[in-house]
Design a protein around this ligand. Sequence first.
Ligand code: ADP
Ligand code: MG
Length: 575
Amino acid sequence: MLKLFRFLKPYTLSIAAVLVFVFFQSISELFLPTLMADIVDIGIVTGDTGFILRVGGIMILVAVGGVFCTILGNLLSSRAAMSFGKDLRGRVFAHVQAFSRHEFDQIGTASLITRTTNDITQVQMVLIMILRMMISAPLMFIGGIIMALSRDVQLSVTIVAIIPVIAAVIALIAAKAIPLYKSMQVKLDKLNLVLRENLTGIRVIRAFNRIDQEKKRFNEANLDLTDTAIKVNKILAIVMPALILSLNFTTVAVIWFGSARIDSGHMQVGDLMAFLQYVMLIMFSLIMVSMMFVMIPRASASASRINQVLDAVPGIKDPPRVKTDSGSKGCVEYRDVTFSYPGAEKPAVSNISFSAGPGEVTAIIGGTGSGKSTLFNLMLRFYDLDSGAILLDGVDIRDMTQERLRAKIGYIPQIALLFTGTVAENIRFGKQGATDEEIRHSAAIAQATEFITGMPGGFDAFIAQGGANVSGGQKQRLAIARALVRMPVIYIFDDSFSALDFKTDAMVRAALKKDTGESTVFIIAQRVNTVMTADRIIVLDGGRVAGIGAHKELLESCAVYREIVYSQLSKEEIA
Ligand code: ADP
Ligand code: MG
């Protein structure tokens, strides 16, 4: 947790102020009982009204000053802790943005969410407590003992007797509660995971009538968390009564022995009253310490989970020395590229070599799982290669910044993902500051204008989360428009026409051809119709190249291609 507190630096000043205010608050609390004892023992006993008023006035001043310090201390400490939490969330979020897919898989999306929200809140809460109690607890404890001693040494023995008992209770409880707190965070992760899956998969769950099973799964995770939380709270529930009980016993003992001492003339009534208040102060400081004992381990479990995220080094980093390319033309070259997913037994793609240049359309065809998407995940550098190299305009993609690399590429993913916002905003996602004219133009090429103008509000129509209110084909066309507005030198269409009907598919491709004439275009497709007219067709089979060439050549030379073609087209169409 201390490691996280390095982010407190900007708030050093307000933290110092908090400590000063808390210091004065504690001092005021320490002096009030003494003043009161003076009023009772001197003022009331001698009947000196002037003295009572004078000391009473001082008491009011001290009390008001204490309240003032408390308010300011609380205000500033809350502010510092909340700002710290805000900063930390920002840092975690920014850091996660740089993660490659590998780190996401490692920590898990649900856990990342818990860590950015709940875990940070835990640390934030304990920070407030530390700020408020770090000074006041020891000050009140030690100050209380000193003041009690100054009132009556013999009576102080009662306090000394009770402290070890309380310390033992606190230690016992902390030892029981801490492991439970750690497991609570893990269970919260689990609950988040189930909830997330349920919310995103609600349609599938309904379609398969799995609502009851899913309810059960959620209830299990929910109960699991609840059980642990109840267990922890049962233990904690003992703390307060135990401490109050010992406080009351101490009070009884103090009054018992104190009255005897007053009787024998060793002590005055005011002293006894002050003494009782010091016992309270000492007890309260112990209660504070016990709360810290419980909360700090919990927060430090959270802190280490946060640190785990912050310490994870993104697997894909920009090179220390960037090589500049010979301008953006869009020449792509794969040199003997081999790659396997982390943990996979055999490579997803192996020994792939080809090159493509501006103005050319390269189509990739192959069965599902043959490595088509993987091939372009590599070009976008979502993963790094095992061996070989991918060159863009003559520079290895590992030698350029990821930003420069991705600026060259217009990528239309296999599963079109839209964001909450308007249609125009979703298209503008491709290029910040794109004009309305540009947006309309790319929508037109993607053959999306018609359905967009049909939506309520047209380009200002609202897209629901994940694009739930548009059809698959409409989503794909919006994704195409989003990539087009970028005007990149390289286009990657990952199966982007699969949800379009044949007519729209043909229309989109014809319009694209006009607009992307100078670009390097890659089209991944399952339909022979879509790839037939490409300048170059790459046939993938089990992650390997089964053939490269134009439609006619491949029909003769490549068995895999022939098989695909015969399965889709009739004899007449092929001829
Ligand atoms: P295609 O796009 O041709 O259908 P992919 O390139 O998506 O195929 O997948 C190629 C192979 O890599 C498949 O066998 C698949 O199981 C595996 N694969 C794809 N994505 C991942 C991943 N994130 N982690 C591990 N293996 C993966
Ligand atoms: Mg794919």
